[in-house]
Each structure stands twice: as C-alpha cells, then as structure tokens.
Design a protein around this ligand. Structure first.
Ligand code: ASP
Ligand code: MG
Length: 408
C-alpha cells in the first residue's frame, strides 16, 4: 500500500465533468488499495475572476481581505470533488487549509508554511477515506486565512507529502511532463523521464512554468519525489528526484529561455573601488532585481558595465542609471529589450569539460552573436538578440542530441 498526494490544477477541475473525471481517477487508485490525499486548485479562471472583482472595488485591496476572498475558489472545488467521490460510492472528506492546520506566517498573499498537523488526515486515511484538501491556503497563528502566492497549490501538495511522508507527490496538469525545451519553439522537444530538483529549479526559474518554484524547492529540501503528469492522457510523466536515482545520464537535460529580460549598459565608468555598488546600489534600493552582470575593463582606466533586469523594470532602471551616470561622470547609458536569455541546464556538465565551448560553437555556426554569458555549476546562459530565439534553441537542441532518448 502506498500513500500518494495527487494535485489537480485549475484546468483539471475546470468543469463539473472534469471534477467527475478526477473523482473516477482517485476512486480507481483507492480501489487498488492506495491511500490518497487530493489537493485541488480553484476551477480554472476562478482566482482571476475573484481578483478582478476585488480590483473593481479597490485598486490595491487590503491583503488580509484578498486572502479571505481568493481562498474561496479552492473551497468550492474541495466540496464538489467530495460530492463527486461520494456519488461514486467512495468515502471522502474535504478540508480547508486552516482545517488541516496548515499554519503559515503572516505574509498575506505570499505566506510561507510553518507547520502542518497531519493527525486528522492520518485518521481519515486509516478509515479508508480519501482526504481532499484545498490548495493555496493556510492560516496564521491568529487563525486568519492566508494564501501562498499564485500557483501555490503545488506547494500545498508538496508540503502535505512531506508532512505525511508520502511515497510520491503527483502533480496532474495540462501538460504530460517536463520537456527538454518548449515544444512550441522546438517540435522535436522530448518529455524527460526524470530530472533532478536542481535542474528543475533552473528550468522553472528560466521560464518553463510547469510548477511553482517554491514547490520544487520544498520538494528538494524534504526529499519528496515529485511527478508531473497529465490529467487528460495516460502516461508516466516526469519524475523530479535526487541525482542518485537519475537514470538518464545526459550532459544536458534541457534548454530554457526567458524573454522577460532587458539589458542596460553604462560605458566609460571610472575603474575604481566602489563603482559596482554605486551603480547597482540605487537599482537595488528601487527594488529592481538584477540577473546577469558583466563588467569589462577598457584600456583607459574606465570600464563598461552591463546588467539585465526584468523588462517591466527597464524604464525605471534607465532613469536611475542616467542619474548615476552624471554622478560618476561616466559615458553613455543604453537600454535594450530585444534580447532573450537562453540557458542549457544539466547536472551532467559538472563532470564534463567542453560543454560551454560546444554551446558557443553551435551558436557561432549559426551566425548568432552572444552578447552576455554567465555560468553556474549546472547551467550556462547566454543573452542573444531576440530574433535568434528559435534558431538558437533548435540548434542547441540538435547539438546536444536532446531529441534522442538515451539508451537505458
Ligand atoms: N488558484 C490559485 C491560482 O490560480 C492557486 C493555484 O491554482 O495553484 O494561482
Ligand atoms: Mg499551476
């Protein structure tokens, strides 16, 4: 007998028929003898609908009240799913986040889970019941409703899996797994059978939006095997796990890209101690997150300084940089948002030299100019002109043989 957490996202419970289909699936698992805890999102579009109602009244509603409002979406789904299960003759009991004591901090709309009391869930499971829990929500010490940030049901599921020491946490969604890259860019992209937590974090934060990043972090920290799979088609999905059990030993597991960045450059900055902090200090104070940073020494005791920010922050960052330019007596300030960051990700590159040069050669062969480079232990990122996105992703996908299944 195994204990599974199943999580169904908004599209998987978007209509009554789909909720009934979920109930069938859950019942079948229980009939096989497994213990099942189901975590559900609000029906698709519901959280946005509620948000829209709120902002019609007030542009920035009070975050405590927003949580009271948004948490209702999931409460609808848990009740309907339990009814669908009962209709099939499957015993089931629903709980809001607060009722299973998902205790969080006070950070309304982006709360973090502190503890979970698994007692009542364990009792229900022992009695053969399916436990259905509302995702995305908890309560603080005072018993006030909190929510965990958009996409937070994934984190609820992983946290419950950790608390109950489940055998696996299965995230059912509208894609059938994690792909080597976005199939809309490269149709030959392949579903990965396995990927490590670390790789998934890099893929997720780089824009492969399959799972809430916090859920992956949580799963890695508590060693919860996490599987992404489709609620509409049969299949084994993608298992996100530790490196030890990783069967595929590819050098590169995937290619991620991010179109949301913009690049800024300030030239002719005096090459003196403290300059980087004079440039990036005011950017940080304005709460603008910086991703890549490059500093180049020119021959004449000045440097050029380039960094990237989110595209939405470009104009603000530019005006800050213009002020800095005057203070430092630097040269020119330029901004460019026609760029894209492309990253190859893989734990395999730890133990293999030459991955970076293979990447650069592939791009060079296609005549693609690299504007920035950054590396970490399991990732190499380049910034190129946005018009090269598809060409670069396809060329890299082919160069690293990502379309080919590795022999087992
Ligand atoms: N319903 C929430 C959202 O739309 C949480 C979730 O679906 O994970 O973000
Ligand atoms: Mg989601």
């Amino acid at each position: 007998m195994a204990l599974y957490i199943y999580k169904f996202g908004g599209t998987s419970v978007g209509t009554v028929e789909r909720i009934q289909a979920v109930a069938e699936k859950v019942k079948a698992a229980r009939d096989r003898g497994d213990q099942i805890v189901v975590v559900v999102s609000a029906m698709s579009g519901e959280t946005n609908r509620l948000l829209d109602l709120a902002t019609q009244i007030q542009e920035q509603p009070d975050s405590r009240e927003l949580d009271v409002l948004l948490s209702t979406g999931e409460q609808v789904t848990i009740a309907l799913l339990c009814m669908a299960l009962h209709h099939l003759g499957c015993p089931a009991c629903s709980y809001t986040g607060g009722q299973v004591r998902i205790l969080t901090d006070d950070a309304h709309t982006k709360a973090r889970i502190r503890s979970i009391d698994a007692q009542s869930m364990r009792e229900d499971l022992a009695q053969g019941k399916v436990v259905v829990v509302a995702g995305f929500q908890g309560v603080n010490e005072k018993g006030w409703i909190t929510t965990l940030g958009r996409g937070g049901s994934d984190t609820t599921a992983v946290a419950l899996a950790a608390a109950l020491q489940a055998d696996e946490c299965q995230i059912y969604t509208d894609v059938d797994g994690v792909y080597t890259t976005d199939p809309r860019i490269e149709p030959r992209a392949r579903r990965l059978k396995q990927i490590t937590f670390e790789e998934m974090l890099e893929m997720a934060s780089l824009g492969s939006k399959v799972l809430q990043i916090r859920a992956v972090e949580f799963a890695g920290k508590y060693n919860v095997p996490l599987r992404v799979l489709s609620s509409f088609t049969e299949g084994e999905g993608t298992l996100i796990n530790y490196e030890e059990s990783k069967m595929e030993q590819a050098l590169i597991s995937g290619i991620a890209f991010n179109r949301d960045e913009a690049k800024l450059t300030i030239t002719g900055v005096p090459d003196l101690p403290g300059v980087a902090s004079k440039i990036l200090g005011p950017i940080a104070e304005a709460n603008i997150e910086v991703d890549m940073i490059i500093q180049n020494i020119a021959g004449d005791d000045t440097t050029d300084f380039t960094f990237t920010v989110h595209r939405n922050d470009l104009q603000r960052a530019l005006s800050i940089l213009r002020t800095v330019r005057e203070q430092l007596g630097a040269g020119k300030v330029t901004g460019d948002d026609d760029i894209v960051k492309i990253s190859i990700v893989g734990v395999g590159m730890r133990s293999h030299a030459g991955i970076a040069s293979a990447m650069f050669k592939t791009l060079a062969d296609e005549g693609i100019n690299i504007r920035m480079i950054s590396t970490s232990e399991i990732k190499i990122s380049v910034v190129v002109d946005e018009k090269y996105l598809e060409l670069a992703v396809r060329a890299l996908h082919a160069a690293f043989h990502l379309d080919q299944e590795l022999p087992a």
